[in-house]
Design a protein around this ligand. Sequence first.
Ligand code: IVH
Length: 671
Amino acid sequence: MNTDNFKLVEGLRKQINYHNYRYYVLADPVISDYEYDMLVKELEKLEKEHPELITPDSPTQRVGEKLTGGFKQVNHEIPMLSLENTYSWEEVFEFDRRMQKELDIKPEYTVEPKIDGFAVSLMYRNGKLIQASTRGNGLRGDEITNNVRTIKSVPLRLLAEDKNLMNIEVRGEVVMPKKSFERVNKEREARGESLFANPRNAAAGTIKHLDPQIVAERELDMIVHSIPSVPESYKDHYTTLKYLSKIGLKVNSDIKLCKSIEEVMDFCNSWEPKRWELPYEVDGMVIKVNSFDQQRRLGETTKSPRWTIAYKYPASQETTKLEDIILQVGRIGTITPVAVLTPVNIGGVTVSRATLHNADEIARKDIRVGDTVFVERSGEVIPEIIKSVIEKRTGKEKIFKMPENCPACGSKIVRQGGEVAWRCENLQCLPQVQRRIGHFVSRNAMDIEGLGGKVIAQLIEAGLIKNFTDLYWLRRDELLKLERMADKSVDNLLKAIEESKNRDFFRALFAIGIRHIGIHAAKLLADHFPSIDKLKEAGLEEINAISEIGPVIAGSVVEFFENPENLKTIERLKKAGVRLESNVGTGLKPASTKSLAGKTFVLTGNLTGFSRIEATELIESLGGRVSSSVSKNTDYAVAGESPGSKYDKAQKLGVPIINEEEFKKFLKSAE
Ligand code: IVH
């Protein structure tokens, strides 16, 4: 009788475990929920009648008792290391070169999503889960077995009987799927509890909860990505992961075996937009040398294995506190509210300032000083405040109000019809003067080294300059009288100013600071008009007719030349010897380096002159970034032959599209 019952419960457990695996691990059930529930009910009934048959690995035993003390600490026999991270392709290529050099051959790589979760180790003995622990400090973590047992995708018993793998440690990431995250936060909101900022925090907070019942309700998931101690007979990461999946573990299934770093790059890029479709958050791709033998040869540092690197996607959002809103006066007098934030790390960069655009935007989003806010940073653009977390308000937050006077010079500020921006119209307003000069000397403009904000302020204060044209009349003896200005720095400064007279025409055009003329528009204008005089003579229509130049830019150019003050500026620049015409045929090279800094490119279609890697390397070597998807933050789309959907998207979003020839010219001028 007893043996019959034993066979019965064991039979039921095997069935339930298998269906559990089909449902939670493979997401491919073969029976209905009802049939599954019936199996569980039958097992529960038998276990109730025969409590002596209950085993800890029975599927009915996932939720254990509440923990009263803290968690027990356990050692990791093999340290839980971290991963080397990078945001740049150049560093990934460098990694590839290093691997090839150390191994003496081209290794095969696997590429798989980097799951933004909480690292956990699982110990199996005789195929049964005996322990789960957190990473802790890498050497010692918390024992969280009871909590991990509630995760339905973690098998309490491995499926197949494989001697090699019955006693193994596996490691992976515990995540809170986005769906559970939304549900959990909704429930918390309804109960007036504080919200989890993101799924990763939610997973971390949950896995260390003292009550397994609560952990079970939160519906965590776990994705296994590695085994620290590899059995002899296992040859490589790729087949091992596939095998781990067969014995019941949920693994990173979106894994690809790649024969070259080009293939790696394509796969990573193809996942940048696709990753949002996954049920959990992915913040990059992990590139691993596939062969275990090669991995062993490469070894590890105390921090991370040498055979792997994570390519991280530019990060999205974090929450932090809005400490203050300050006002900045721009080059053309625009008064921009700027958020002062409690510094927060977003994708490897510390962010302490973010733009709030304008007063209307602050009111529309109801953002108050003291709020907890979501800050988004994508690529190189200025971080932006997305929204406030209303639930976190204490009542002490302050509503922002635009002052009536310029915070710098005290003049009344104005708002022109139809514009959202408030402006200070006093052209002598110090920050404006300073910024106009700062813009003029900046890298993409006249690129005058040695003229940082402090030196400019010093020169203005000493009465040596009132505007940027005065720079060309600075005298050695006057400069030497200034503090911190020794012979050498004065010579260098005067030399840099002298050299700037020969910059490309488009740079000078950009430097002058005509409203709405960015570096790209300046190039378009300089390509069309060989000199500033020709541009001055051109009418609205002629300028407007240039491809990519619209009526706003055209209008702004015309308006600029209608102002006698501006004409004086041009005359003074000419008199100083600043070249205000194209340098075709002069053989002169612009001097700036890293002049693509902050620019994001998207490559689409086939380029004939370069491989994708070469183009990427070139852009990155000049300080730019290559992204795989087009957004409003993309600066240029480079279209090769038969471009794909990115071309259409760039067109839709109004992103400038350049062809290969233009791209080459662009690189040349940026060198
Ligand atoms: S392999 C370091 N593969 O990211 C030992 N780790 O930020 C090899 N992670 O500590 C780990 N996704 O916990 C590996 N597909 C993946 C991963 C992954 C996320 C975690 C891991 C690591 C952390 C570093």
